[in-house]
Design a protein around this ligand. Structure first.
Ligand SMILES: Cc1cc2nc3c(=O)[nH]c(=O)nc-3n(C[C@H](O)[C@H](O)[C@H](O)COP(=O)(O)OP(=O)(O)OC[C@H]3O[C@@H](n4cnc5c(N)ncnc54)[C@H](O)[C@@H]3O)c2cc1C
Length: 500
């Protein structure tokens, strides 16, 4: 069927590069907690597709279309790829006037990009699905980026070359350069029963499942008891969103393992503010409560002050910890030239400061799945190795796009430098908190470091409109939100907003 978007070439069954379906036998299997992943050895099939001299324009495959992957694809699409001059040798020159676009393919298991920081607005009903999770087809319309909707099942690497990405529909994509941006997922294997008995809040499917579970609980009981396990930023935001849903219909408890309470690693001013907001929303915060198991009937076993305790909830959310989503790649090109694909508990993909996989120069990793090597080859990222945020992934996309281009033309790669722009939280409709980075004096003194309440909520929304991946989506969100003044007006003025 012809694509409604002429420039968006869906390649779900055919390699966009060769125009012919490529089938490669899967020769070994490794397991993942959420999807079955396979590893294909280099000996299996299309080895000849990768060449020691990259194609020009190069074939770039980006796996994962979240903050890291989608933004990298869009930036790569904006670059020109001059053809090498006839005199070019191993280091291709960029002096030719014959400019062309790279052959970029973005692969994602879903058909929508999810602007995850706005997922709470889906739960509270403040935002609509297309505003938070637009279709890739719409976002990539007007670009030359190919999109393949499929799950990545494995990658075959050539030691000094590119490789082949294998998809669950038995097709494959040969590449000269690979960008791995598969993100993280909640770490539910931490305690018995968490995976089978808890909801998570990390994907669009999770939002749908959460709304369904909360509605069911509400239909069965006037004031359902909800537990959110994990007192980090995500747990605190989720607790606030649930507490304000359906006219404060839920009795919410936030279980924090840290004895000091919520968000132990955040600045103290921000923590105090969030604790105060949660108190106003009647969220019970149990500091020092370490969950040891969860049963199917909602029974949560805790260790609290050294004593075991059992509590029963109608709905339990797991927001404690995260791990690579599906394809943690610790060291590329192992003994059988395959890209190791791990499951639960596998480490992230090790990169150098230029975000290049330490074990393979043609592979880059970005976002939640990337980890700077701990042996001294990494570092220099301004602490980004510890952060798993959209802010980091978004900033990395500029560097990765540039570094792929630079590697292709034999130019020096840029080490990633993280610029911390502060922390922004949603705390229920009409409420937010923004912690600014330490500003130099006298600016820091005049402005302070924390903005809260309605003004913070408005600033956060404005920032997220600005951060939308394309101008088209920016405009769509702006138009939709402009028609809903309750999103911008102070709670006293707007009848639809919650008051603290
Ligand atoms: C509820 C929530 C709120 C958040 N709020 C904030 C915030 O306010 N500020 C902030 O900075 N950060 C926030 N974050 C964190 C932020 O969203 C992540 O750090 C960021 O999305 C990481 O980008 P990424 O590209 O690494 O991964 P993701 O954006 O998660 O994208 C990964 C993509 O890979 C795809 N994928 C995974 N496995 C496969 C496979 N095998 N095959 C094909 N595709 C696959 C997924 O479908 C997904 O689209 C929030 C996260 C959540 C869950």
């Amino acid at each position: 069927m012809a694509s409604p978007f002429p420039l968006l070439r869906a390649i779900t069954r055919t390699s966009s590069v060769t125009g012919t379906p490529m089938k490669t036998p899967h020769v070994s299997l490794r397991v993942s907690s959420s999807r079955t992943l396979s590893v294909v050895t280099a000996a299996a099939g299309s080895r000849g597709e990768a060449r020691s001299t990259p194609h020009n324009p190069p074939r770039i495959c980006i796996v994962g279309g979240g903050f890291g992957g989608l933004y990298t694809a869009l930036r790569l699409d904006g670059l020109s790829w001059p053809a090498p001059t006839p005199s070019s040798t191993s280091q291709q020159r960029t002096t030719s006037s014959a400019l062309s676009k790279a052959n970029i393919t973005l692969v994602d298991a879903g058909d929508r990009f999810v602007f995850k920081p706005l997922m709470y607005e889906l739960l509270t009903g403040e935002a609509k699905r297309d505003e938070v999770a637009p279709l890739f087809a719409d976002l990539l319309d007007g670009t030359d980026v190919n999109f393949a909707r499929a799950s990545v099942t494995g990658v075959t690497m050539e030691p000094d070359d590119g490789g082949i990405v294998h998809l669950d529909d038995e097709t494959s994509i040969p590449f000269d350069y690979l960008v791995v941006a598969l993100g993280n997922k909640p770490r539910t294997e931490m305690v018995p029963g968490a995976r089978s008995s808890c909801l998570t809040f990390s994907s669009l499917e999770d939002v749908d499942a959460s709304i369904e579970a909360l509605d069911l609980a509400r239909a069965a009981k006037a004031t359902p008891r909800v537990a959110v396990v994990g007192g980090g930023v995500g747990g605190a935001e989720l607790a606030a969103a649930i507490a304000t849903r359906d006219g404060n219909a839920f009795d919410v408890t936030l279980l924090c393992r840290d004895p000091t309470g919520v968000m132990p690693t955040s600045p103290s001013q921000l923590r105090d503010h969030v604790s105060g907001v949660l108190r106003c929303l009647d969220v019970t915060v149990r500091a020092g409560a370490s969950v040891t198991s969860v049963a199917g009937d909602g029974e949560v076993t805790l260790s609290f002050g050294g004593e075991a305790d059992d509590e029963t909830y109608d709905v339990v959310f797991w927001c404690a910890g995260q791990e690579p989503a599906t394809t943690p790649v610790s060291s590329l090109v192992d003994s059988d030239n395959s890209l190791p694909v791990g499951g639960a508990g596998a480490p992230p993909l090790e990169v150098n400061p230029a975000l290049q996989a330490t074990a393979h120069p043609r592979v880059f990793a970005i976002g939640d799945i990337a980890q700077v090597a701990s042996d001294g080859r990494g570092g220099g990222g301004g602490g980004f190795a510890e952060s798993r945020t959209a802010q980091v992934a978004f900033q990395q996309s500029d560097y990765v796009a540039w570094n792929v281009w630079a590697l292709h033309y034999g130019r020096p790669l840029l080490p990633f430098r993280y610029q911390h722009l502060g922390e922004m939280l949603a705390l229920g409709p009409g409420e937010g908190a923004v912690a600014f980075p330490q500003l130099p004096e006298p600016l820091g003194d005049a402005l302070g470091t924390l903005l809260d309440g309605w003004a913070a909520g408005v600033l956060r929304k404005a920032a997220y409109v600005y951060r939308q991946p394309t101008n088209g989506q920016r405009l769509r969100v702006l138009e939709a939100w402009a028609r809903r003044p309750e999103l911008w007006l102070p709670p006293g003025v707007s009848s639809g907003s919650a008051r603290l």
